[in-house]
Design a protein around this ligand. Structure first.
Ligand code: CMP
Length: 139
């Protein structure tokens, strides 16, 4: 089915001028960008977005990194978009990521892993709503 998923090009990748190279990976795999904006997350936004990880030992550092400098948030659309995006990104830890994936090619570490992508339909819908209004999404 045609799905929508939520993606973040993280600060480490934006800082290294990799926005275009990462968007190209999505497009080459058949996903379409139906919404996109560059934002500098506040600490409160990063805390809210990653609230599910609150109890994890890396939460503080994660919030710090995600609000340290700008990111690009996107809605991607396409056949099986949620799983497809996860395949294009590769494993969370770049040490475990397959050849050709974004994280294999660009990520620096598990924390600075260049992209975030929704892991399931419910989280995709929630994450899209966290950053975009309906009128910002143009299919
Ligand atoms: P992301 O998909 O954005 O969701 C949570 C993020 O926490 C994850 O990607 C990683 O960048 C970050 N993170 C930092 N340390 C860890 C860790 N040890 N295990 C999992 N995620 C981590």
């Amino acid at each position: 089915a045609i799905e929508r998923t939520f993606s973040i090009i993280k600060p480490d990748a934006v800082r290294r001028n990799l926005i275009g190279k990462i968007v190209a990976k999505f497009e080459e795999a058949g996903l379409r960008v139906v919404a996109m904006k560059k934002i500098h997350m506040t600490r409160e936004q990063a805390e809210g977005f990653y609230a599910v990880h609150k109890e994890r030992p890396f939460y503080g550092e994660l919030v710090e990194q995600m609000s340290a400098s700008p990111v690009v948030v996107q809605v991607l659309e396409g056949e099986n978009a949620i799983l497809k995006n996860r395949e294009i990104m590769g494993a969370t830890n770049p040490a475990n990521a397959e050849e050709g994936t974004i994280r294999k090619e660009f990520a620096l570490s598990v924390g600075e892993n260049s992209v975030h992508g929704s892991d399931a339909p419910e989280t995709a819908a929630e994450e899209i709503r966290f950053f975009f209004t309906d009128d910002e999404i143009v299919g």
